[in-house]
Ligand binder design. Structure first.
Ligand code: UD1
Ligand code: CA
Length: 483
């Protein structure tokens, strides 16, 4: 005998025709994880070391997605269709002497939390039932299998939508697609399940009828709320599930001390982390592995993906991906921080500023209309309005290195590779092609010449020439008076 008490079989082999997608259904994402990922994560926290995922449709893709869950093993389904066949191959893949409980989960029912799985197991063990399923009352049960009970309230069978009579279809208690069985009971029952139904498939749900007919006891636990049991078969249900998950995630952070002004327009992935006293303003997306430290204010109209935001930082109306924002730094409005952008503590990336693969030192400012790419900017730097790093020469990307306390004049172009020493300055409009030594002022624009009277002479009769003429006449008159 092995000492395992619990095995988990996750059904994920179906095609998911109703998604109308090149991506297998169970790999569609919500809240920063695939549907299957959500199921696996809950399964993982049950602590079973026998986790099987039954695959067939787009088998390679689905199996590859198991990488992040080292305990999970893919099992291939054959030509026989249906959830019953999938469960059978799953349970057959367990060690032959395994006779603990088998928790069967659906890869397309992503919102059930581990506590619910645990209650289902407790219910099953407490009642010594032959099978225990998770049911739920739905106002609109269409599409789900209905739970049929006899006069005394005992579960008799599950009937699928396509096989249901009008009377059966009127039942509002549905099967969520999550069950617990004793392994040997499930093996035996599945041997007696055929494919004589509307879809010509082996239904796992038929196990209930088979067990009941043999005098077995079937228990049903009611799911804590109807939204948990939502099965995702099409994109409408996917968006419903996404909204429910988002609501759940938002409430969790609100209870942990995060101010979220408008939950309706705020989207936070299940994979992100927020500290207490973070403030999230409307129309904000906090996605992927993003983490936000205490006191930071994010939004409105901001998207953060796989990024890190420091204590008390502010990010307004900006798009931030794979970037690190230091404590007290300010970003936006309308900044674009791309992969590898790192703002030091108290630094600023202001309006219409794009930063990519660059570090901006503590207290340094890039306030207006700039592109900073492949650069290393020191501390206390001020890149004047319109600073551009020209990092690409059609062949390769080159680096720009700016020392500490450098100040560039407006509209400076830094043609990489180039280096500005500590304390250096550039004049307005400078095009910097050569290194600037520490403390030097670099000017690359020719001295200004004013060609007096040029407009009157060369553009005679234009409004500009007339205006210039009037202006110079009145200047002369004033000069005359003064003399
Ligand atoms: C199934 C249940 C239904 C329940 C609903 C809950 C059956 C017969 N019906 O219906 O009672 O109310 O789930 O959401 O079980 N799969 C395989 N191999 C297959 C077919 C399906 O692994 O050959 C997997 C799918 O990938 C999916 C899960 O099993 O993850 C459920 O299959 P699906 O076809 O979506 O079943 P439903 O019609 O939703
Ligand atoms: Ca389904």
């Amino acid at each position: 005998m092995t000492e395992h008490k619990l095995a988990i079989v996750i059904l994920a082999a179906g095609q998911g025709t109703r998604m109308r997608s090149a991506t297998p259904k169970v790999l569609h994402r919500l809240g920063g994880r695939t549907m299957l990922g959500h199921v696996l994560r809950s399964a993982e926290s049950l602590g079973s070391d026998l986790v099987r995922v039954v695959v067939r449709h787009e088998r390679e893709q689905v199996a590859a997605s198991l990488e992040d869950y080292p305990g999970a093993v893919a099992v291939d389904q054959d030509d026989v269709p249906g959830t019953g066949r999938a469960a059978q191959l799953g349970v057959d893949s367990l060690p032959a002497d395994f006779d603990g409980d088998v928790l069967v989960l659906s890869g397309d029912v992503p919102l059930i939390e581990v506590e619910t799985y645990q209650s289902l197991l407790d219910e099953h063990r407490g009642r010594s039932a032959d099978a225990t399923l998770l049911g739920v009352e739905l106002a609109d049960p269409h599409g789900y299998g209905r739970i049929l009970r006899d006069g005394s309230g005992m579960v008799q069978a599950i009937v699928e939508q396509k096989d249901a009579t009008a009377e059966e279809a009127a039942v509002t208690e549905i099967n969520s697609g999550v069950y617990v069985f004793r392994a040997s009971t499930l093996r035996d029952a599945l041997r007696r399940v055929g494919t004589d139904n509307a879809q010509g498939e082996m239904y796992l749900t038929d196990v209930v009828r088979v067990l009941r007919e043999a005098g077995g006891a079937i228990a049903a636990l009611a799911a804590p709320d109807s939204s948990t049991a939502l099965g995702v078969n099409d994109r409408v249900q996917l968006s419903e599930a996404t909204r429910i998950l988002n609501q759940r995630v938002i409430r969790r952070w609100q209870r942990d001390g995060v101010t979220i002004q408008d939950p309706q327009t705020t989207w936070i992935d299940d994979t992100a982390t927020l500290a207490p006293d973070v403030t999230v303003l409307p129309n904000t997306h906090i996605l992927g592995a993003t983490s936000i430290a205490e006191g930071a204010t994010i939004g409105p109209d901001t998207s953060l993906v796989d990024s890190e935001v420091g204590v008390d930082a502010t990010v307004r109306r900006s798009d931030v991906t794979l970037a690190v924002i230091g404590a007290g730094a300010t970003v936006g409005p309308w900044a674009y921080l791309r992969a590898g952008a790192e703002l030091g503590d108290g630094a600023k990336a202001g309006t219409f500023v794009e930063v990519k693969n660059s570090s901006v030192g503590a207290g340094s400012k890039v306030p207006h209309l700039s592109y900073v790419g492949d650069s290393e900017i020191g501390v206390g730097v001020n890149l004047g309005a319109g600073a551009i790093t020209a990092n690409y020469d059609d062949v390769a990307k080159h680096r720009t290195v700016v020392g500490d306390h450098v100040h560039t004049g407006s509209h400076t172009v830094l043609i990489a590779p180039v280096r500005l020493g500590d304390g250096a300055k550039t004049g307005a409009g400078a095009v910097i092609r050569k290194d600037v030594p520490a403390g030097a002022l670099a000017l690359s624009v020719a001295p200004q010449r004013n060609l007096t009277g040029w407009v009157e002479k060369n553009r005679a009769g234009t409004a500009a020439a007339d205006a210039a003429e009037r202006s110079r006449a009145s200047e002369k008159a004033t000069d005359g008076e003064q003399q």
